[in-house]
Design a protein around this ligand. Structure first.
Ligand code: C2E
Ligand code: MG
Ligand code: MG
Length: 735
């Protein structure tokens, strides 16, 4: 079973990343505002509260109905068109860049795809039929066109020899792109025109009604039996999964079997006879379509119980009200359920199981057969009771709903796993983006990253803004710095930690880059500074030495006009001498120093605050700036100290050390993990170290303990004794 599960997970995870499915998922999500607006209008027009619509008529006249119809037409009514545009654009955004770096304009790709849709499916004369744009009428074709025209156009464009020809045409790149796209665009549109002509000559043009009669045919002559019910539900669900309105496509079955059976039951009940048919339209509506096709109310409950994605839970909350009235489009398109391999099985299985159980209950006489027609928007309990004229009907609805939840639960778990897997991949991309100095054209590092990483960045940035206001998610840890000559712990670096409620620890440099991208870095930086100073004041009152607190500052913080005042005010608030605070700025700031930043740092130093350049050695050209840059300490980057003695890095480090000694700049060796490294730098005359060899970052209590324990050794002559197997500075037990 474990193996099957493992295999299924692999398949689902793999399928989930298929570019076409990704485009469908993201494209459909973008249509969601239309779907929600349409759902609300649909609901208002169909609410099963008898007095509501006439009541609204008496207040607003008929105009409110017109308004709802307009909204419905302008949302659901163009949902196919909107989905086509969004899916094509998503696919084009992901795939239109080829190996040579050439990027075909996603807008042109979408326009070609739109044209193909009209060429393939628009009526030749007369006004455009509503169905052509609407979700119910045009979505399958829109989806097919989006998923075929877009890749075809991109492929043809890639193969097109004309691309080279037009490379030097015109002055604007847009002109070149548009001209280069003519042959492949025309060929794609032509291909769809030929498909249409072929379909027409085969008499297959009205695909929807032809599909209706094709899939209705096997049901001709069938009665209202369990077999009919199972086949109808299975087919209808499968069509929904493909994005095709199942009940609409199988309307023939509904009309000639379910509705007829319903009427017969009503007539029998009216004339005091026993109703005969179990499978009726109210039966399906009450026991199988709870929350709409696919029993989406059960899925919503399963999501509330098990989903670890906050966004999915929020979506479920939005979907709850319409689903209560059996309108399921919000989850169909928002989750989405359409073409989502994770939910294929439960989307089929839950309604089938409900059909079997409800049928058995009715066959065994546990619930009365349905005796009245209920409106399809009747909510759970109300619908079950009204359809059977019995409380047993409502209870059976609850049981069916519970079964649906049980079927959906493991798949919500699977969705969690897939989501976590995607999150991890995206986070790796964001970590690289955050550590690189490069920004995208909008000047951001993480927000706007392509694909999943960009979406995760948006989500994390909004979570970070919330975390700034909440308690406990953001906190500070401290990594001690020791002076092995003086045998003392001389300071500690404050390091930000963000414990995300769902995803756990987020790397601090990603948090910082996100905060820089969305402009909350000033708030975040001050939060760290205040917390670190508050705890440092407490540390100073407990230890004899006066350790220096190092706090990281990012570039935008130093561009704040008021930063000097803010820092000094915090120091005053906690009564800390400015010389006990060291601000660490990254080497990139020192590399291309902005006049204003240099000025700010000078002011801070005038007040007595110390300045360090962090991660020094990543871009070695900075050596020439050191003389002008107001700096007290240089922290040598971990990447430089990893190499063994005698390597190139060693020579670079030696020259940095010589230069710093000449300029009277203190050196801190960061990231020391082994005794070998320690000895190498000790031989160079370096004495201040920070690294796992001494201690990993500690919480405040751990830091206080570290100070207390190590000060005990500070008087001992053998504080540094590599020959000894006991290294008193190590804090292996503390992480
Ligand atoms: P950093 O300022 O260079 O901090 C040193 C980083 O190296 C820390 O990572 C620390 O845990 C890690 N480190 C120290 N010794 C060792 C070692 O021996 N081995 C290894 N493998 N790693 C070691 P951390 O805490 O993940 O921080 C990463 C970066 O995030 C920091 O690099 C800093 O640039 C940034 N950061 C952290 N907190 C803040 C903050 O409050 N503000 C700003 N602007 N940036 C921050
Ligand atoms: Mg630092
Ligand atoms: Mg560093």
């Amino acid at each position: 079973l474990e193996r099957i599960r493992w295999f299924a997970k692999k398949v689902v995870m793999g399928a989930n990343e298929w570019p076409l499915l990704l485009a469908v998922r993201r494209g459909l999500i973008q249509v969601l505002p239309l779907i929600i607006a349409g759902s609300v209008a649909l609901l208002l027009l169909n609410l099963p509260i008898p007095r509501m619509q006439p009541g609204l008529d008496s207040i607003f006249g008929q105009r409110w109905r017109d308004l709802c119809l307009l909204i419905q037409q302008g949302s659901y009514g163009i949902a196919s068109l909107a989905a086509l545009v969004c899916i094509s654009l998503q696919y084009a955004n992901d795939k239109s860049k080829d190996l040579s770096g050439y990027r075909l304009s996603p807008t042109i790709t979408t326009v070609v795809s739109l044209s193909c849709y009209f060429v393939l499916a628009a009526p030749l004369d007369g006004p455009l039929i509503r169905g052509f744009f609407s979700f119910a009428g045009g979505f399958p074709i829109a989806l097919t066109v989006a998923l075929s025209a877009t890749p075809l156009f991109i492929f043809l464009n890639r193969c097109s020899p004309c691309r080279r020809v037009f490379e030097t045409v015109g002055t604007e790149p847009e002109v070149r792109d548009a001209l280069a796209a003519i042959p492949s665009g025309a060929a794609t549109i032509l291909a769809f025109g030929l498909v249409r002509i072929s379909l027409e000559s085969l008499g297959l043009m009205n695909l929807h009604s032809q599909a209706q009669s094709l899939f209705g045919a096997p049901f001709s002559g069938a009665g209202s039996s369990l077999g009919t019910g199972v086949a109808y539900i299975a087919l209808s669900q499968f069509f929904w999964f493909l994005g095709v309105h199942g009940p609409n496509l199988l309307f023939g079955v509904e009309d000639s079997i379910l509705n007829v059976a319903t009427q017969l039951n009503i007539q029998h009940a009216g004339s005091g006879l026993e109703p005969l048919n179990i499978l009726t339209k109210p039966f399906v509506d009450a026991f199988v379509h709870i929350g709409g096709s696919g029993s989406t109310l059960a899925l919503i409950v399963a999501i509330f119980l098990k989903s670890n994605s906050k966004n999915t839970r929020r979506l479920a909350l939005v979907a709850l009200v319409p689903a209560f009235f059996n309108v399921n489009e919000v989850l169909l398109f928002g989750l989405p359920l359409v073409l989502n391999p994770i939910y294929l099985i439960p989307f089929l299985l839950a309604p089938l199981l409900q059909t079997l159980v409800a049928y058995a209950a009715a066959a065994w006489g546990l619930v009365p057969l349905t005796v009245s027609g209920i409106h399809w928007t009747s909510p759970i309990l109300v619908g079950g009771y009204a359809a059977t004229d019995s409380v047993a009907g409502a209870v059976l609805q609850l049981i069916c709903m519970g079964l649906g939840v049980l079927v959906y639960l493991p798949f919500v778990g699977l969705a969690n796993e897939v989501y976590n897997h995607r999150f991890k991949n995206a986070l790796t991309v964001l970590m690289d983006a955050a550590s690189s100095a490069a920004t995208n054209p909008s000047g951001k590092k993480c927000i706007g990253a392509p694909g999943q990483a960009g979406m995760v960045a948006e989500m994390l940035a909004s979570d970070l803004t919330l975390a700034l206001e909440s308690k406990g998610q953001l906190y500070v840890v401290y990594q001690p710095q020791v002076d092995i000559d003086k045998c003392r712990v001389v300071g500690a670096e404050a390091l930000l930690r963000w414990k995300h409620p769902v995803h756990g620890l987020i790397p601090p440099h990603v948090a910082v880059a996100l905060a820089e991208d969305v402009g909350t870095i000033h708030e975040l930086g001050m939060k760290v500074l205040k917390e670190a100073c508050r705890q440092h004041a407490s540390l100073l009152s407990r230890v004899e030495e006066s350790p220096v607190l190092s706090v990281n500052m990012s570039a935008p913080q130093l561009e704040d006009d008021l930063i000097v005042d803010k820092v000094i005010q915090v120091l005053k608030q906690y009564n800390i001498a400015p010389s006990l605070l060291k601000l660490e700025v990254t080497e990139s700031i020192a590399l291309t120093p902005e006049a204003k930043t240099v000025e700010t740092l000078r002011h801070l130093r005038d007040h007595g605050v110390l300045v360090a350049i962090d991660d020094f050695g990543m871009g070695h050209t900075s050596l020439r700036y050191i003389k002008e840059f107001p700096v007290d300490t240089i922290k040598i980057d971990r990447s430089l100290i990893q190499e063994s003695a005698g390597g190139v890095n060693d020579h670079i480090v030696t020259s940095i050390i010589t230069l710093c000694n000449a300029l009277n700049i203190q050196i801190v060796i960061e990231g020391v993990e082994s005794l070998d490294q320690l000895e190498r730098f000790r031989a160079h005359g370096c004495c201040i170290y920070q690294g796992y060899l001494f201690s990993k970052p500690l919480d405040f209590d751990g830091l206080v303990d570290y100070f207390c324990e190590k000060s005990h050794f500070s008087l001992g002559a053998a504080w540094f004794n590599p020959a000894s197997s006991q290294y008193p500075w190590r804090s292996d037990s503390l992480n």
